[in-house]
Design a protein. Structure first.
Lengths: 239, 316
């Protein structure tokens, strides 16, 4: 079943075309890797899905419902959560407060505060931040900030999670830990789209990959197909 | 945990005793004290309600005078036609409604632009009222019906109490947490399901309700008002100063700042009228330079200083 579908997505920024007629879809339960050179339009696509930007034309459907142009907080409550390329936490608030906010405002239906708090504590355990719950978010290391941002997104009870360069800035050991975390999230039943520059990671972890270049989709398929695709090789290695 | 609950009960009892004292006091003290206390209550309400919106969200509003002045004008126009409590309620309500309108048009502005907009708005309202009075009413000022000092005192006390309770409830609810998150990162708040714009506009409007209500009752003390009295920009600046002076993060700090500065101004004005502004300025500068967290930060500073002294003593 297709959980998210985009048709003819176009986004212009004052004459500059960031995305031109992109069609895409994600099946429930899969991990879709989104790759492409800098400026290909990957983050723009995330911004369109999560509601930060409104497409110039085209429609985005989530579980069959048209969500094009909805405000970010509405889209979050429908079940789409995201993280940011540069982590955006509530720096002067505690780790627990950060995640609690996600749990209190994000889910489509409100549950009693005690339940929410319990669920949030479990999520902190899940990402391995239990011991730091009273620390200020800004005092965490990069990887812990990223974990917290994911936990906050998960607290909103998403069905679809958008991860924007989750691995950026992590050392190899941390990358391995991050891959484990993403797999664990998928096992919770959350569908994932991830933008990534570390090729090995994206090839290992994705069920399917979509390649953007200059705002156009130039390839789509399972990792083996992508690595064999002539156009993709040209874009990445140059000819 | 147990100690925290005990502390909470202790403070509640203490507050309750202070409240009883405040209620019982008027017959036993001089009219001067009653008037001074009403002023203190007024500034606490202005400061705490200003901080309800501006402290967590970091949207620095300089429009308090607009809403306070609106309350004053409601009182001047309707004071002799409607019962006092209705006038006060209307003062709050009209401020609330205007703030909703203003909020819809201005809260998309960020940082400095928002601050300048609110200040401009305040001045715009002042000049519009002035224009209206001169051209349509044919006068500059208005008389306000007088209300005796004790009644003003009790009504101010009631407004103060309501302001503190409402502010406390909002601050400690999930909405208080959301307001803080807006101050930290609006974009992130939006993406975890917080309706950022609605939250900002409604909180802003609630905070102006108390300002308008306060204006409506305090107007009765001046007997004569005109736009430059009612919309005096000082009523926009003082709450900001008082909140910073006392400690922006806590209701107690804001209230303390308002109370201390009002008392200080009164003291300097009566005892040292020639040096009033000079000394006032010097004290403000000293506190802001040495106590970045305001008066409530003093406790921590003293603790740190004592610890330092003790260590030095042990080392020698």
């Amino acid at each position: 079943m297709r959980i998210l579908e985009g048709e003819g997505i176009r986004k212009n920024f004052e004459g500059l075309t960031a995305l031109a007629n992109v069609d895409f879809h994600i099946t429930r339960g899969e991990i879709l890797g989104l790759i492409g050179p800098n400026g290909a339009g990957k983050t723009t696509l995330f911004n369109l899905i999560s509601g930060s930007l409104v497409p110039t034309s085209g429609t985005i459907k989530f579980k069959g419902e048209n969500i094009t142009g909805l405000k970010p907080h509405r889209i979050c409550r429908k079940g789409i959560a995201r993280t940011f390329q540069l982590v955006k936490l509530f720096g002067n608030m505690t780790v627990l407060e950060n995640i609690l906010l996600g749990g209190l405002f994000g889910p489509s239906t409100a549950s009693p505060r005690s339940h929410t708090k319990k669920a949030c504590l479990e999520l902190l355990e899940f990402v391995g931040l239990s011991e730091m719950k009273e620390n200020l978010a800004k005092d965490l290391t990069i990887i812990n900030q990223k974990r917290l941002e994911v936990a906050r997104a998960l607290a909103t009870k998403p069905e679809l999670l958008l991860l924007d360069e989750f691995m950026a800035g992590l050392n190899p050991t941390e990358v391995a830990l991050a891959i484990e975390l993403i797999k664990k999230i998928r096992n919770l039943g959350v569908t994932i789209i991830m933008i990534e520059h570390v090729m090995k990671v994206i090839m290992d972890i994705s069920d399917r990959i979509m390649v953007l270049h200059h705002g156009e989709k130039i390839a789509e398929g399972i990792p083996e197909e992508i690595t064999a695709n002539k156009m993709v090789i040209d874009v990445y290695l140059g000819t | 945990m147990r100690r925290a609950i005990f502390e909470k009960i202790f403070y509640l009892v203490l507050l309750f005793l202070i409240l009883i004292l405040m209620v019982m006091m008027p017959p036993y003290v001089s009219p001067y004290t009653i008037i001074l206390l009403s002023s203190i209550f007024m500034y606490i309400v202005l400061t705490v309600s200003w901080a309800l919106f501006s402290a967590p969200t970091h949207y620095l509003s300089l429009a308090s005078a607009a809403f306070f002045g609106l309350g004053i004008y409601v009182s001047a126009i309707l004071g002799d036609q409607l019962p006092l409590l209705v006038v006060i309620g209307l003062g709050g309500l009209i401020s609330f409604l205007l703030a909703l309108l203003v909020g819809l048009s201005s809260l998309r502005l960020k940082g400095m632009y928002f601050t300048i907009f609110t200040f401009g708005l305040s001045e715009l309202i002042r000049h519009s009222v002035q224009w209206w009075e001169v051209n349509e009413t044919g006068t500059v000022g208005r008389w306000v019906i007088a209300v005796d000092n004790t009644t003003v005192y009790y009504i101010m006390l009631a407004i103060l109490l309501i302001t503190l309770v409402v502010t406390y409830i909002i601050k400690h609810s999930k909405y208080g947490l959301a307001l803080l998150s807006i101050g930290e990162s609006e974009e992130a708040a939006d993406h975890i399901g917080i309706n950022v714009n609605a939250m900002k506009i409604i909180t802003f409007a609630i905070s102006t309700f108390f300002m308008g209500a306060t204006g409506a009752i305090m107007a009765t003390r001046w007997s004569y008002i005109d736009p430059s009295i009612a919309f005096n920009p000082l009523f926009s600046f003082m709450p900001v100063l008082m909140a910073i002076f006392g400690g922006m993060g806590q209701i107690f700090g804001q209230a303390l700042g308002a109370a201390v500065l009002t008392l200080l101004a009164d003291l300097l004005l009566t005892k040292l009228p020639y040096y009033y502004m000079l000394l006032y300025g010097v004290i403000l500068i000293i506190v802001i330079l040495f106590l970045p967290k305001g008066l409530v930060g003093l406790k921590e500073e003293v603790k740190l200083w004592l610890r330092g002294m003790k260590q030095r003593y042990e080392n020698t």
